[in-house]
Ligand binder design. Structure first.
Ligand code: ADP
Length: 719
């Protein structure tokens, strides 16, 4: 009898709690009692044989034969169908054979008087270990019947019948009792088996979790993608107790083997083409984890000894940014199946790896981007500074540093403070530096000019741009400082030149106009019509030239001393109505209505009245000039905080959107020659802007091409 075999099967059975009827005590009962009993039987059988053959003679030959047969059945049956395996029919045959053997021994050793009758007890006891209550009851009754057989026939006393009935009851009782004990043991064993299984499972889980935790910890400080992939493959292989692990990444729509453990050494990595006819590949690409059985790995460059074998595979996709960006594949020999629980573990490892790879890639990109930004900042000719959402400098390029070098190290300091320490003059839409920074952080883009005073004065054009994060929240700002010192110098030279030339031209022009007037007045004799016509042209052109020169001189005067606005309290209604009155005749001649729509109670303004009249006159003049007969020019005003906002609207030809931003530039004409009176030089609005800004106000225009324009300006209200 191979008890070691039974024991090992038993051990294997214990790890399968789903098998019912496998109890420790019952197992012990069979494993320890059976050899003893069989030894006893063997001794008894041998002794009985000797006794029967020597003492009883041939009258017991059938009993001897039955006994020998049963003995053989028990031995052979035990060998091929051990009690350990639950096979009811075979076990029943075995049980009957055991019973026959017991009966044979009992009858041969003394029939009804045999003291070995107790051996019958062994049968219900054994039966109880394998059958439930009904089976044991049946075997007990069968045992009682076998025990009763010799009492059948004549000469049996009532007392013997009674003792027989009592022994039948005893068999049943013993069978039921041991059934009760064994059932209890079975239940206990089942429960403790399940408990052990659960415990083992939870230990497995705990180990898995701690391994995955360690993995994520390692990933948290690893930014090397190669290390991440190799660690992932190693852990996947270890946790699945797999023969090997492979890690693929999809790069430029090619599947590349990035890490391999097991049959392939790391050094042998090369681009691998996973054959597209494998159905599992398509499933992986769709994002499904898969278990594949008996798969040929012929697409891998395996060593010759492993090339022919087929393997079991467990594979999961690697998701990055919602897409399948690779696969983790574990494989084992064909004899070792992959369990579906492996997929959960593998998926967890894969998602940790995917996160780590994404993080590492992000880091790589950030480092690359940073290097690019630093290279750009280093070569930029403009000063550039970047702040955080509070306006604190986080990055400044060398040009910015050199522009503000007396300030020293600027990173970490508030931008407004750094600028205030070096900037002497600011012109950014009437805002202070502090206000400009705050307005930019709130989302406004601001242009302006500043003068930075250090060893020398640097004039810069400042461009403050807000930065927004993907949720459109304040993420800081960028300030560009473009050095325009040279431009300013050239501009100043040009202005001086224009101003000087204009001055020089004014005197001869005055005498030209004077002498032409004398000639036209006939002071030098009468003129023929042709001479008169030519002289009138000279007078008109010199008049135009004089106006141009006056405008130029005016503009250069304004630019030379922009701060000097002579402010006095003025009634805007009076000022505006005087302007409108000037155009009464012109407007009438062109069939254009000039309407003054001012409500009562407008506050007085604090302005240089002559200059503001100049602005209003220029705008109304343009409105009439660029309107068709039948048009309307309307002047209105409304109080807006500490300013009065004036609006001049017309129903004229309008301004193209592309020209609109430039109409306040010097010499700019949106439609030269279109107007009926092409006497403009493109200076009127430039002068107007200087005047309005000199008052701390703003001037702008809106227009609908072909439908009309509206010009707005603001002037301070008298406080
Ligand atoms: P100009 O003396 O040429 O009118 P301005 O500086 O006053 O010069 O105006 C600049 C340009 O703006 C004009 O040439 C014209 O093209 C355009 N413009 C000004 N006002 C109007 C308006 N009300 N309607 C249409 N275009 C206008």
């Amino acid at each position: 009898m191979d008890y070691r075999g039974i024991l090992s099967r038993r051990r294997a059975a214990r790890s399968r709690p789903e098998d019912p009827g496998r109890g420790d005590i019952s197992h012990l009962l069979f494993v320890t009692a059976r050899p003893g009993i069989q030894l006893l039987w063997t001794v008894l059988v041998s002794a009985t044989l000797v006794y029967t053959l020597v003492q009883s003679g041939p009258k017991h030959w059938w009993a001897v034969a039955l006994m020998l047969g049963s003995f053989a059945v028990v031995i052979v049956g035990n060998h091929f169908f051990p009690f350990d395996e639950y096979k009811p029919v075979l076990f029943f045959v075995l049980m009957v054979a055991s019973l026959a053997l017991t009966a044979g021994i009992v009858y041969l050793t003394g029939n009804r008087e045999s003291l070995l009758g107790f051996l019958f007890f062994a049968v219900p006891i054994f039966a109880s270990a394998y059958y439930g209550y009904p089976g044991t009851l049946l075997v007990s009754l069968l045992t009682a019947l076998v025990r009763y057989i010799p009492f059948m026939g004549a000469g049996v006393t009532t007392l013997e019948h009674v003792s027989l009935a009592l022994s039948a009851l005893t068999y049943v009782f013993i069978g039921m009792m041991s059934c009760y004990v064994v059932e209890g043991e079975k239940m206990y064993a089942r429960e403790s088996g399940e408990y052990r299984h659960l415990l083992e499972l939870s230990r497995h889980r705990e180990r898995d979790i701690s391994r995955i935790y360690n993995l994520s910890r390692r990933f948290s400080y690893t930014l090397d993608i190669d290390t991440i992939l190799k660690t992932t493959a190693a852990l996947a292989r270890q946790m699945l107790s797999a023969e090997g692990a492979l890690l693929f990444l999809v790069e430029d729509s090619r599947v590349e083997l990035k890490a391999a453990l097991g049959l392939l050494p790391f050094t042998d990595l090369q681009p691998i083409v996973v054959p597209s006819d494998r159905p599992w590949k398509a499933r992986l690409e769709r994002g499904e984890p898969v278990i594949i059985e008996k798969e040929s790995l012929d697409w891998l460059p395996l060593p010759p000894e492993a090339a022919g074998n087929s393997h079991n595979l467990a594979a999961v996709p690697l998701f990055m940014g919602g897409d399948v960006a690779g696969y983790v594949v574990c494989f084992s020999e064909q004899t070792r199946p992959m369990r579906s629980s492996s997929l959960e573990v593998l998926s967890t490892i894969a998602s940790q790896a995917a996160m780590a790879v994404e993080k590492a890639r992000l880091y790589e990109t950030t480092v690359e981007d940073k290097a690019k930004v630093e290279a750009i900042l280093g070569t930029l000719r403009d000063g550039l500074v970047l702040t955080d959402e509070h306006g604190t400098i986080v990055e400044a390029n060398p040009v910015f540093d050199s522009m503000l070098s007396p300030v020293g190290e600027v990173v970490g300091s508030p931008l407004a403070e750094v600028l205030s320490g070096a900037v002497t003059e600011v012109e950014i839409g009437g805002l202070s530096l502090q206000e400009a920074v705050l307005a930019t952080l709130e989302g406004r883009t601001i242009f302006g000019e500043m003068t930075i005073s250090r060893d020398s004065r640097i004039a810069v054009q400042a461009h403050l741009i807000p930065l927004r994060d993907p949720m459109s929240r304040n993420a800081g700002m960028v300030l560009f400082l473009h050095d325009i010192t040279d431009l300013k110098r050239v501009d100043e030279m040009k202005s001086n030149f224009v101003s000087n030339v204009s001055h020089e031209l004014r005197t001869p022009l005055t005498s030209i106009a004077g002498f032409v007037s004398l000639l036209l007045a006939g002071r030098a004799g009468s003129l023929n019509p042709e001479q008169e016509k030519y002289l009138k042209v000279v007078r008109q052109q010199s008049g135009n030239l004089t106006r141009l020169i006056e405008n130029l001189l005016d503009l250069s005067r304004l630019q030379a001393s922009p701060q000097k606005a002579l402010r006095e309290r003025a009634d805007f209604y009076e000022l505006a109505s005087a302007c409108c009155r000037q155009f009464a005749r012109t407007a009438q001649s062109r069939d254009i209505e000039v309407r003054l729509s001012l409500r009562d109670g407008l506050p007085d303004v604090s302005v240089d009245a002559g200059r503001i009249s100049q602005v209003l006159t220029n705008i109304i003049d343009n409105a009439i000039k660029y309107s068709q007969p039948g048009g309307l020019v309307e002047v209105s005003a409304a109080e807006n905080g500490s300013f009065l906002q004036v609006q001049v609207s017309d129903t004229g030809i309008g301004i193209a959107p592309s020209s609109l931003p430039h109409i306040f530039d010097r010499f700019f004409q949106a439609h030269p020659g279109d107007a009926e009176d092409p006497t403009g030089f493109g200076l009127g609005l430039a002068i107007s802007r200087e005047i309005i800004e000199m008052h701390g106000g703003r001037i702008w225009a809106e227009s609908d091409l072909g439908r009309g324009s509206s010009f707005y300006f603001t002037i301070p209200v008298h406080q």
